[in-house]
Every structure is written in C-alpha cells, then in structure tokens.
Design a protein around this ligand. Sequence first.
Ligand SMILES: [Zn+2]
Length: 228
Amino acid sequence: MLAALALALVVSPSAASAAPIQAEIVGRSVRDRPIRLVRVGDPAAPRKVLVVGCIHGTETAGIAVTKALRRADPPAGVQLLVVDAINPDGCARGTRHNARGVDLNRNFPWGWRPLDGVFESGPRPSSEPETRVAQALILRERPSVTIWYHQALNWVDLQPGSRTRLMRRYARVAGMRATRTPLLPGTVARWQNHRLPGRTAFVVELPAGRLSPAAVFAHRRAILAVAR
Ligand SMILES: [Zn+2]
C-alpha cells in the first residue's frame, strides 16, 4: 500500500504565495478516479496539518476551503496536506456514498459495526479502496492535526481523545459553535484519534449551501490558527 502512494510527483510554484506546492496521486477510487494530495509549504517542515474537503459527496462546501489553502502561507515549521476529495466518485456524482454504495465515514476499523441504509458501513472494516488510501496516507504522514469537512450541522464536533482547546480555537476563529455529539461507529476521526494518540483529528460541520468568500477566508484563518 505504501509503495502505491508514490505514483506521481509534480512540483510547481504557487501563484500567490512563496510557499512551494507539490501534488501527488496517493491512490484511486472504485471508479479509478485519482485521489490527490497537495502539499503546501516546506516538505521538510516537522508539523503537518491535513485538511480533507469532502468525504460525503453530497457535502462539498469544504472544497472551497481546500482550494483556498493552495494560496496559504503556512507558519514556520508547518506544512499543509490538502486533499479536496477522499471520495472523488461520490463528489463527482453527488452521492454521499462511494461508487459501491458505502458510507466511507462508517468504514474505518475503530468502533466499526455493520450498518445499512444511509450509513452503509461496507461488509467489513476498510473494505473500500478510498478508506485504505486514507489510512495509508495518515499512517505515512502522521499529521499533528487533521480536519474533516462535512455539512450541514454548522458546528465544530469536539471529538473525545483529542485536544479540546485546539478545536475550540478553530471554532472561535471560524465564528462557529463547538459541541460534543454521540460517538459514531467506524468514523475516520475516531480511528485516527485511537491510532495516533496525542494528535488531533476532528470534524467541522459547515452550514448548508456554498460558503461565502468571507466564510472561506475565515476557515482558512482558522486552519492556520490551529496549525501553529
Ligand atoms: Zn458528512
């Protein structure tokens, strides 16, 4: 799996900032769409912040934030790892699930249990290629902070086992409220917080619809505020 991650490497200068940008295909979806990682900033920087714009294909507002991150200037010692869509088939087709009808955010191996319908978990943990791509990427990069965008509950979800102050700081800078919600089976944030203790993965539920340019800017600022 790790060998499959290093498929392509393109280095290009960023148009609007001095930060270098590298793009890499880290895996492919069920329908063979590429899953791209864009690295913004010094690739040797020790602190990594992963931001994923879309895992449920009906919740795509976060992609405006990940696109804007390409022009960000990360703080010293920080690199941003940006993935527009870990579920490129669902995001292209406008479906919550991947192309096999699985809710990827119920397919991760920590706390997994069989579910069907809208929360279809897949036949077993990590049954889906997109799940395995995410796991390999996360275990390779070991990001200090990971943000997963969803819609449309309009809050920052305070995950147990991760750093509450950091999540509250994100909410404050983005102008959102933060709240604790019941633990869900098989989610990627739970798996990350179990697998990489001391690091923080959390969910930002954006409001419904598209983000305004001001909201995109506020979320970009919030990411940089928790990146330090
Ligand atoms: Zn969602």
